[in-house]
Structure formats: structure tokens, C-alpha cells
Design a protein around this ligand. Structure first.
Ligand code: DAH
Length: 334
């Protein structure tokens, strides 16, 4: 009656080591399969005497049953374990989805558009590839003007250039011949400027134009004051400094009182109390007559504001190049 204790012990050890249903099946085959260890014992029964055989047979049957029960029981244990294991690990940190946002320059442009729309201005656009006629000649810019120089302007060929300002949109809208006109035109402009903290070869402007019967400089002042009070706060003041632009007469540069220090001087206004916002003036009669509009009957004002400049002041950004580098660490702040 030898060997059965060892066989039993061997089975019990291996049963506890079986980690899954496949391991259990392998175990079953190894012990009670056709060529299994226990099956071999059954085959040896024939060699025993008739007296010995019944007892040995009963012993083997008992072990066989024990093995089968052990395998079934363990399979059930494993099954239970598998079902109670959570398929979702609720302790894992969540996978957050990133929400995009508008570029700071777009945000400023949208704000500017919404303020002017509320004052009855339409929003117009024009081509970025312009002709010297629209970019210079129709805007009363003399042949000798330095802006026409190849050193300052990107020419594609003699008849095409990248617009240096949004002012040509004035001409394109006036050419439609539908008056009065009250519009703004935001967009990209290009100049051969070497990049530095305040220059970049591409930047954005917003052009403004109002042509109607009896438009005066007071209308220009009132419109820009209303605009800047909505942008920077209701206590904002404006200052107009005489200047020269070919397409306006008289012309003025526009300063807004610093929205941060209210004029007493701080880091935003570099202790000046004022912020330079852009150019403006009364549309030069030569520009109107150039597009077939009678300057005796119609008058108008125009202005051009820098988007980057406004965004830099508003957000406290001290280098224009940051807007064009697409560094997410910068962009995520807005
Ligand atoms: N086009 C000018 C520039 O880029 C800005 C400007 C000045 C536009 C006066 C105007 C204006 O419409 O009236 O420097």
C-alpha cells in the first residue's frame, strides 16, 4: 500500500499553487488523466492478489474522488475571486481632458469687435496680399514715402505686397460706393521689422472708419473715448497728440490714461501715466475724392489701433514675440 501518502501530499501542494483554470486542468490531467499518476496506480491493481485488490481499489477510488473534489473546489474559489475583483480601479487618478482656449490676441480682437459692434460698426476684412495702389497710392501716400521702400515692406513682385497696415480696407469698403460707412477692419499686417521685444514682422491692427454727413473731430474723440472706457474702465481719459499720416488731415496719435495707475505712473505705463494706443484723424479729402466721393458733401474720421500693443498692456506681457512662439506655458495663462 505504498506511495499514496506521497501522492496525496504532492497533489495538495500543487493544488494550492494553481493560479487559474488552465493550471487546474493541467493538474487534473497529470493526476487522473489517461496517463496520470493516479491512473497508473489503477493499472497496477491487476498485479495484486485477489485478496489485496478490493482494499487497494477502494483506497485508490477514495483518493481519486478527493482529487476531483479538490480540483472542483479550487476552480470555484478562483471563480469567486475573479468576480469579486473590481474591473474598474476607482482609486486611479482621473484622466482629465484638456479644454482649449482662444489665443490672447484673438481674445483681445473679439473684445474690440464686440465693443464696436455695440456702437453700430460693421466688421469688414480685406486681403493680406495687396497692391501698392490700395496700400499706398489710394491712401495718399507719396511716392517718396519711406514705407514704400523695399527695406520696410515685403514685396511679392512689383504689383503685389503684404499689406503694411489695415488702412487699405478703408479704400476697398469706400469703393463699394455705399454711404454712410461705419466699420472696423481687424487683421494681420506685415513689416520688415527685426524681431525684438516690441517688434515682430507680423502683427495685428484694427482699422476704423466712419464717413457720413457732418462727421467731425468731436465724433472721433467721442467714439474712441466710449471705446476705451469700455475696454479699460469708465474713468479712462484720452489725449490726442498732433501727428502726421498721409491719409488723414488733421492727424493725431491717441493716448489713453493708464488703466492701472490712472495716470500717476507705474510699470505698465513706464511711469508716463499714458499709454500710446494708435493713430487717428479726419479722412483726407484727397482720399475721398480718389474713390469718387465728394469731400464737400461727406466727411469722415479714421483710426488704426494695435492689437498686440493692447494685449501687452492689458495682460502685462513685456515681449511681443511671446504671442508667436506657441509656448503652451505662456498660452495656458489666458
Ligand atoms: N495705418 C497707420 C499705421 O499703421 C495707423 C493709422 C493712423 C490708421 C491713422 C488710421 C489713421 O486709420 O487714421 O501706422
Amino acid at each position: 500500500m505504498s506511495g499514496l501518502d506521497d501522492l496525496t501530499a504532492q497533489f495538495e501542494t500543487e493544488l494550492l499553487q494553481a493560479r487559474d483554470a488552465r493550471a487546474l486542468e493541467e493538474l487534473r490531467v497529470r493526476f487522473v488523466g489517461k496517463k496520470g499518476l493516479l491512473t497508473a496506480q489503477f493499472k497496477e491493481l491487476g498485479m495484486l492478489s485477489t485478496a489485496e485488490r478490493p482494499a487497494r481499489g477502494a483506497e485508490l477510488n477514495l483518493l481519486k474522488e478527493k482529487i476531483n473534489q479538490g480540483l472542483d473546489g479550487q476552480l470555484e474559489v478562483l471563480r469567486q475571486k475573479q468576480w469579486s475583483k473590481p474591473t474598474l480601479d476607482l482609486t486611479l487618478p482621473g484622466r482629465s481632458s484638456e479644454i482649449g482656449r482662444l489665443h490672447p490676441l484673438v481674445q483681445v480682437e473679439e473684445r474690440v469687435k464686440s465693443i464696436f459692434r455695440s456702437m453700430g460698426f460693421t466688421v469688414e476684412t480685406g486681403p493680406e496680399i495687396e497692391t501698392p495702389y490700395y496700400n499706398f497710392t489710394a491712401l495718399n501716400t507719396p511716392e517718396w514715402h519711406p514705407a514704400r521702400d523695399e527695406a520696410d515692406t515685403f514685396y511679392i513682385d512689383k504689383e503685389h505686397l503684404l499689406r503694411t497696415e489695415t488702412s487699405p480696407v478703408q479704400i476697398r469698403v469706400l469703393e463699394r460706393g455705399k454711404l454712410p460707412v461705419r466699420m472696423i477692419a481687424p487683421g494681420r499686417v506685415y513689416r520688415k521689422d527685426k524681431p525684438d521685444p516690441t517688434h515682430f514682422p507680423v502683427f495685428h491692427q484694427v482699422e476704423g472708419l466712419y464717413v457720413d454727413h457732418g462727421v467731425t473731430f468731436a465724433d472721433l474723440k467721442g467714439t474712441l473715448l466710449t471705446f476705451y472706457r469700455q475696454l479699460f474702465g469708465s474713468d479712462t481719459k484720452l489725449r490726442f497728440r498732433p501727428h502726421y499720416f498721409p491719409f488723414t488731415e488733421p492727424s493725431a496719435e491717441v493716448d489713453a490714461s493708464c488703466f492701472l495707475c490712472k495716470g500717476s505712473g507705474c510699470r505698465v505705463c513706464k511711469d508716463k501715466g499714458w499709454l500710446e494706443m494708435g493713430g487717428s484723424g479726419m479722412v483726407d479729402p484727397a482720399v475721398l475724392s480718389g474713390v469718387g466721393i465728394d469731400p464737400e458733401e461727406w466727411t469722415g474720421f479714421a483710426f488704426g489701433l494695435g492689437i498686440e500693443r493692447t494685449a501687452m498692456i492689458w495682460y502685462g506681457v513685456d515681449d511681443i514675440r511671446l504671442f508667436y512662439e506657441n509656448d503652451l506655458r505662456f498660452l495656458r495663462q489666458f
